[in-house]
Design a protein around this ligand. Structure first.
Ligand code: FAD
Ligand code: NAP
Length: 343
């Protein structure tokens, strides 16, 4: 007998509110249930797809195979010395709740990553980052199960190969491992990172002393609530495209033509371009087409007006990418991952 629901609606499990249906769907609380799901899929030769809170995916009308959501949200705290602690957190733990909990316990570092939607288990997949900080600073290890064999594996932080919105789980190990717990190391010594311009400006406006981690947390929440559309009211998947990283030469050529192009150093001979600037200048900001649109205050955010399906959304995304390529010669890479559809 199957414990999985057949032909299950995933609409409330993706923040774009796309009307996808899973061939089979189940929720996973522990490693035994994970192994049972893996076997269920393997015995029937079905693909196995893992979802967290669905805030970085585009789901086609039908997602074939078994879709599972990890809902294990346990949190273990291991003091390392007087100043450092290791947190081992279940993959299903809500990320923002973890940020709040760590601050309440007096363990610092995650404050810039407040209000990022999603689960702890998905955080290493794209090395979540915001306001000048990336998960990479804190990740110590990842506990995973290999889909093909059921083998339990621990990846060290180095083995995760974290990069800019990237990791081994988007490359060589894509869809090959299910993460069931994540280890982070945090510090009892506050060391706020406040050099990101929007954050600095907000803190200068609201604070007349040196910021503490709680102040940074509140500032990040304030900026995000003010600027970013809440998926509850405006279904979206955050930034739809990654900021492209180009050679310093290519950036120089673009800057000669567009002196106000937003650029940031991204390692030796590499420059990061603001994708939002490119999309805006190509004329897409605020455009609404059928059931989909580009947000009028944040050109990186594509949204569902209510009745969109993946095909319509991806057609818009392709047109945006083609027009940015035509205007600036820059390729845009989609950030959310597609299941049951293609970019
Ligand atoms: P999902 O969207 O459910 O899954 C994303 C990918 O991870 C899928 O490929 C899925 O298969 C895989 N995955 C999920 N869980 C597991 C697991 N346990 N094991 C193996 N694979 C798994 N991202 C940022 O980096 N910075 C931001 O500031 C940011 N802001 C956002 C704001 C909004 C409004 C939205 C909607 C999104 C934003 N994002 C941001 C993107 C998103 O929040 C993150 O990528 C987040 O980590 C996704 O978590 P999730 O649980 O929703 O993953
Ligand atoms: P913003 O402050 O308007 O800045 C636009 C872009 O410029 C950002 O994408 C950011 O790159 C880059 N940038 C700005 N100042 C920078 C600096 N000093 N050094 C390096 N890069 C800089 O951005 P926003 O859209 O309001 O987002 C604020 C933060 O939240 C950003 O860090 C962004 O990544 C994050 N965010 C991410 C998502 C997502 O889905 N991935 C969604 C919403 C917000 P980075 O993106 O590399 O930081």
């Amino acid at each position: 007998m199957s414990t999985y629901s057949a032909d299950y609606s995933l609409r409330r499990h993706n923040t774009l509110a796309l009307p996808a249906r899973a061939e089979f769907y189940g929720e996973i609380e522990n490693l035994d249930q994970l192994e049972a799901a893996r076997r269920f899929a393997q015995e029937r030769r079905l693909p196995l797809t893992v979802l967290g809170e669905g805030s970085n995916v585009v789901l086609g009308d039908r997602v074939a195979g078994l879709v599972v959501r990890l809902v294990n949200d346990d949190l273990a705290v291991e003091p390392l010395d007087g100043q450092r602690v290791r947190l081992t957190v279940g993959a299903g733990h809500n990320w923002h709740r973890l940020v709040e909990q760590s601050l309440q316990l007096g363990w610092f570092g995650l404050e810039n990553l407040a209000l990022i939607p999603g689960t702890a288990g998905a955080a290493p997949i794209q090395n979540i980052g915001a306001y000048g900080v990336e998960l990479e600073r804190f990740l110590h290890g990842v506990h995973a199960v290999e889909v093909a064999t059921g083998e339990r594996v621990r990846f060290t932080a180095a083995e995760c190969q974290l990069g800019y919105r990237d990791s081994v789980f988007k490359g060589r190990c894509r869809d090959r491992f299910i993460i069931h717990a994540v280890e982070l190391e945090l510090s009892a010594v506050a060391a706020p990172v406040v050099d990101y311009p929007a954050l600095r400006e907000d803190l200068d406006r609201h604070l007349s002393r040196e910021p503490e981690p709680r102040d940074v947390f509140e500032a990040v929440c304030r900026i995000r609530r003010d600027k970013l559309p809440d998926p509850a009211g405006t279904p979206n998947a955050g930034s739809f495209f990654k900021n492209p990283i180009v050679s310093a030469d290519a950036a120089r050529r673009l800057l000669r033509r567009y002196p106000d192009l937003a650029t940031f150093p991204a390692g030796e001979d590499r420059v990061k371009l603001a994708a939002a600037w490119l999309i805006d200048r190509a004329g897409w900001k605020g455009v609404v087409r059928g059931e989909v649109g580009i947000h009028d205050r944040q050109a990186l955010v594509l949204f569902n007006r209510g009745q969109a399906r993946a095909g319509e959304l991806l057609a818009l995304a392709r047109d945006i990418a083609a027009s940015v390529r035509e205007h600036f010669g820059v390729a845009l890479e989609m950030e959310p991952r597609c299941y049951g559809c293609r970019f």
